[in-house]
Structure formats: C-alpha cells, structure tokens
Design a protein around this ligand. Structure first.
Ligand code: 5CA
Ligand code: ZN
Length: 413
C-alpha cells in the first residue's frame, strides 16, 4: 500500500546516541539498534474508525525512536501492517451497511492524512493483510506440515504446546503473565478460549475457513481468511526478516497479539521474531482507555479540522513518557500551545552579534535532549531541557535548538 509523505528531518550537528529501550520480555533497559541498519515493525491500525489520540500517541512514540536512531546515523527499515480484514471491521461494515473494502479504504486514507499532519515518519513497507493472503496461506500450510498447527473443522489453530517443543519460543516469556491472566485476556482480545475441539484453550486461530457473508480467499490451506497474529508474523518476516531490532505497539498488544505473533514467527523461522519488544502506554479519556469499541474518542481529524496546530498536539503527547498510561484532558492543548509559544519566542529574535557563551549553552541543551531521549525516550525531560533554555536565553545565538527540536521532536519552531 502507499504510505504517506515523510516530514523533513534536518541533520543535527554533533553526535547522536543509540537509545536504551525498555524491553517488555526481559523487563530491562537494553541498547536498541547499535547496528548500522535497524529494523522496526510497529503494528498498524484496524481501519474501521478514525485515528484517535491513543493511536496517535503510540505512533508518535515509535516516531521518536526513529528520530533518535536517525540522529545516531542509523538507517531505519520500518514496516507496518494494516489489519484490513478482521471481525471488528466486518461487524462495523455490516452495522453501517458499508462495503468492508470501502470502509477500510476510507479509514486508511484518513490515517494517512492524520499521520502526515502529525509529521510521523511513514513506514518503508506499508502492507495490508489483503495483500499477503497467499503468503499467509503458505505459512499456515508450513505450520501444519511442521506439526505445530491442527485443524478444528476447516479452521486451523496454532498448537502452543507443540511449538514450544520445536522452536526458540516459550509462552509467557514476553508477557510474563500467568495462565489465568492469559485466559482472561485471550477472551477479551479476539481469542476463542471456549471453542470446543482445541488442544489448548489458548491456541490461537491461524486460518478461518470461509463462512457465508464473510470475505474469503483461496489459499494453500483452503478457502478462508487469516487469523490476526499470523498476519503480523508473515508481514514482518517478509519485509524485515527474522530477529529484527524492535517490535512495537501499544501495551494492549503484549498479550495475546505480540506474544503469539512471536510464537508463529519462531515456529516458521527457527529464530526469535525480534530482539526488543517495546510497548507504549494506553491513553484514557473520561476515565477509560480510549477505544473505538467504547467510543470515548478524541479524533486527530477533529482536532485537525478545528485548526489545532500539529506541533502543539505533538508537544501535548510528548509531555508524557511513552510507557506511562495517561489520561487526555481537553485543556491539554492549551498548555502545549503556551509551551510552543514560549519556545518560539526564544528563537524568534536571533541575537544580533554572535555570543559564544550562548552558542555553547545551545550545544549543551541539545546534548541534554539527546541524553534524555537516549534514556528510554524520556521526552518529558527533553522538553524540560528546552523549557529551561527558553526561560533563561531570550535570544537564540544559533539555529541549533530549533533544528534539534524539529529533528528529534518533530516540532517546528
Ligand atoms: N491492527 C491491530 C494491530 S496488528 C490493532 O491493534 N489495531 S488498532 O487500530 O486497534 O490499534 C492500532 C495501534 O494503536 C496499536 O499499536 C494499539 O496498541 C494502539 N492503541 C490502540 N488504542 C490505544 C490507546 N488508547 N492508547 C495508546 N495506544 C493505543
Ligand atoms: Zn500486529
């Protein structure tokens, strides 16, 4: 699929740094992306409704990671999927009488506009599951042949117990959850633990055979459509290869989605899916997780249409650490717009004569921003470094700070 236009990212003088990122599996900070080429996969949208601030916060978090990597001279290979066939999308299409393909196309287009508005770097490979159905079918066939999948009627399930015997993957290693917690989350997040005929209630669906009234495609394992987790395993392996640098997404994807897509990929490739599993916190609104299914949404498109400046919106998001859960309040934009105005005032009137001390201080501010971002993308501290500078240096000696703010934070002063 076509992605969207990239924002301009200026080069920042000085040396960028390889970030330390919190890894969900090891529950530790680990150096992420020391190689020249880094490979990132971030789970994409299920396009049945417009982009809300929760999605935006997750994509801005991984955008920050890429900006830090680029600043450190890395070249980034970034892949993202689109879940353009799945139960919630089909249900919404049915409920509203819209063709599921039209619904998906319209929401994908809206997402592109929202990401471009937010100056989020586009993926190099932007891949819808409907574009890789034959590849998913063949992957499921291989899992059946390898003895790590089985049929229940005409559907195909992943055999968790068998996969653990033959691949470098263990259930629970990524999420750290116990079985009861897994069973509860599986039921809540698209699984079917109560289906009879499964070897283990946690075994996830790999292939759903054709049902009347649902879209389906011919494949190596019969007519049907992919299950959810296998879609991301196949797209990631196709475009990034095994053992890539970071798999990312919101923390609602840790289990079952990321744990099991890592399981499928390990069974297919004989290697772990990724080195680091990174998760962004959940954004709430009016007391509950912002979600399409609850309907408590603040849409990026609404803010955009009301003339909200994207830089202010980015600052409102970046004021929170990406890993924390936080709540959006309608006045958050006021504080962010005020901060943006303070920063702009500090850079609006460059000093008339070159002031060596001020220039030195500007270099120090950029190093403080880099150090904060290196430390698990600590954007609140990076913002405070610019705040302090803006408060004490009313005239900019160089354009170093605005350049770094644009490159590292995606905010134009
Ligand atoms: N298509 C799947 C992933 S393969 C999916 O989860 N789609 S989604 O549209 O529901 O979510 C897209 C991304 O936004 C995911 O990374 C998800 O973790 C993240 N996300 C969803 N709701 C929130 C929220 N309230 N706060 C933060 N991130 C969220
Ligand atoms: Zn995914």
């Amino acid at each position: 699929m076509r992605a969207w236009d990239p924002p301009r990212i200026p080069a920042v003088p000085g040396d960028g740094v390889t970030p330390l990122l919190f890894d969900t599996a090891s529950q530790q900070l680990v150096e992420a992306g020391a190689d020249d080429i880094v490979r990132l996969y971030v789970c994409g949208i299920t396009p049945y409704d417009a982009t809300h601030l929760g999605h935006a916060a997750t994509y801005v978090a991984f955008d920050t990671l890429q900006r830090v990597w680029r600043d450190a001279g890395r070249s980034v290979h970034y892949a993202q999927n689109i879940t353009d066939v799945d139960d919630p999308l089909l249900e919404r299409a049915r409920d509203t009488g819209v063709d599921w393909r039209e619904l998906a196309a319209a929401e994908i287009e809206g997402f592109r506009r929202d990401m471009e508005y937010l100056a989020v770097l586009p993926p190099d490979d932007y891949v819808a599951v409907t574009e890789v159905i034959p590849q998913v079918g063949r992957a499921v066939e291989r899992l059946l042949e390898g003895g790590v999948a089985y049929r229940v009627d005409d559907d195909v399930y992943f055999d968790i117990a068998a996969a653990q015997e033959v691949s470098p993957w263990l259930l629970g290693e990524e999420s750290g959850l116990d079985r009861d917690a897994m069973l509860a989350l599986s039921a809540e997040r698209g699984g079917d633990p109560d289906r009879t005929g499964k070897r283990d209630p946690l075994d996830p669906l790999l292939w759903r055979s054709a049902r009347s009234g649902e879209p389906s495609w011919p494949s190596a394992v019969g007519e049907g459509r992919p299950g959810w987790h296998i879609e991301c395993s196949v797209i990631a392996l196709m475009h990034l290869g095994r053992d890539f640098t970071v798999q990312g997404g919101g923390s609602d994807l840790v289990f079952p989605h990321h744990e099991l897509s890592a399981g499928h990929a390990a069974a297919l490739s004989g290697h772990p899916l990724a080195r680091v599993y990174s998760h962004a916190g959940m954004i709430a609104y009016r007391g509950e997780k912002m979600s399409k299914s609850l309907g408590n949404l603040v849409l990026v498109s609404t803010l955009r249409e009301h003339g909200t400046e994207a830089c202010a919106l980015r600052l409102a998001v970046l004021a929170h650490h990406y890993r924390s859960d936080w709540e959006w309040f309608d006045d958050a934009l006021d504080g962010a717009a005020e901060r943006l105005a303070r920063w702009r005032a500090a850079t609006a009137n460059p000093a008339q004569a070159v002031d060596a001390d001020a220039a030195l201080e500007e270099r120090a501010v950029v190093e403080r921003m880099r150090a904060a971002l290196r430390d698990d993308l600590d954007t609140p501290s990076a913002l405070r470094a610019v705040d302090q500078w803006a408060a004490t240096h009313p005239a900019a000696a160089t354009d170093l700070v605005p350049t770094a703010v644009q490159a590292l934070l995606g905010v134009r002063l």
